[in-house]
Design a protein around this ligand. Sequence first.
Ligand code: ADP
Length: 303
Amino acid sequence: KKIVDRYLKGEILGEGTYGVVFKAIDTKTEQVVAIKKIRLGKQKEGLNFTALREIKLLKELHNPNIIELIDAFPYKGGLHLVFEFMESDLEAVIRNRSIILSPADIKSYLQMTLKGLAFCHKKWVIHRDMKPNNLLIGSDGQLKLADFGLARMFGSPDRRFTHQVFARWYRAPELLFGTKQYGAGVDVWAAGCIFAELLLRRPLLQGFSDIDQLGKIFAAFGTPKPSQWPDLVYLPDYVEYQYVPAPPLRTIFPMASDNALDLLSKMFTYDPKSRISAQQALDHRYFSSMPAPTKPALLPRPS
Ligand code: ADP
């Protein structure tokens, strides 16, 4: 069955946060694609201009570590977003017990993630919902960030769908404290959580509610002091809490290198103004020291 005479619809790949995703063939290019149909809900006026402008912006984000938005069009009450088809995602890699990730493999996955982020941040685009299953892996082993900008365009997914809990584990403390003026730092915090997850092979901070998520962060990194984070007391959901000292990061990551640990601590800086940027993280000595990151084509992947 054809959609707007260009795409040949295939099997359903899954039900996502915003709607159904199916495989298709782009008859214009013979390319295999994934089409995400986003329910537009009750708003009769349909797509507003802001969303259309955002989509135009996303179509112009061309980078090896960003998933390509090939096309976007409204059809049968849904906005259809056409992306390049990707074989796998980082969550599948992390969860697969038969895959061994060497320090060089972990460095490669983190570097690709940060390259995608640095590129978008330079263009003032924030992802806002980074998590391992949004980091797609192509047949060439390249990791590409998916779902860029969707959170801002269509609302935070987990506010609307209660079954969506996983993004919480990657949420920066300023978001949990209700900030409305968040910046690129939220993506760096999430990338830090993903770095930790690559090292531990399980999510580091598994909160079961937003309050519990903050508790998990405090237990891991200690409670933030006003001297470390001056703006904290002005955040909407700020409440006074009991002091928790920061245990040494080394206790959580006994096997990590000193450089890895130093970069982690900079990505997990409480004050978003002091947190390392994606570009600064790429320039950290973790990436220039041995071992060199594994070439994407040589990365282990699910068979
Ligand atoms: P979520 O909102 O939960 O992150 P998505 O809407 O991104 O989920 O995706 C739903 C399903 O479609 C997932 O199983 C995902 O693996 C698959 N999928 C999404 N994008 C692509 C793509 N570009 N290529 C292949 N599969 C994809």
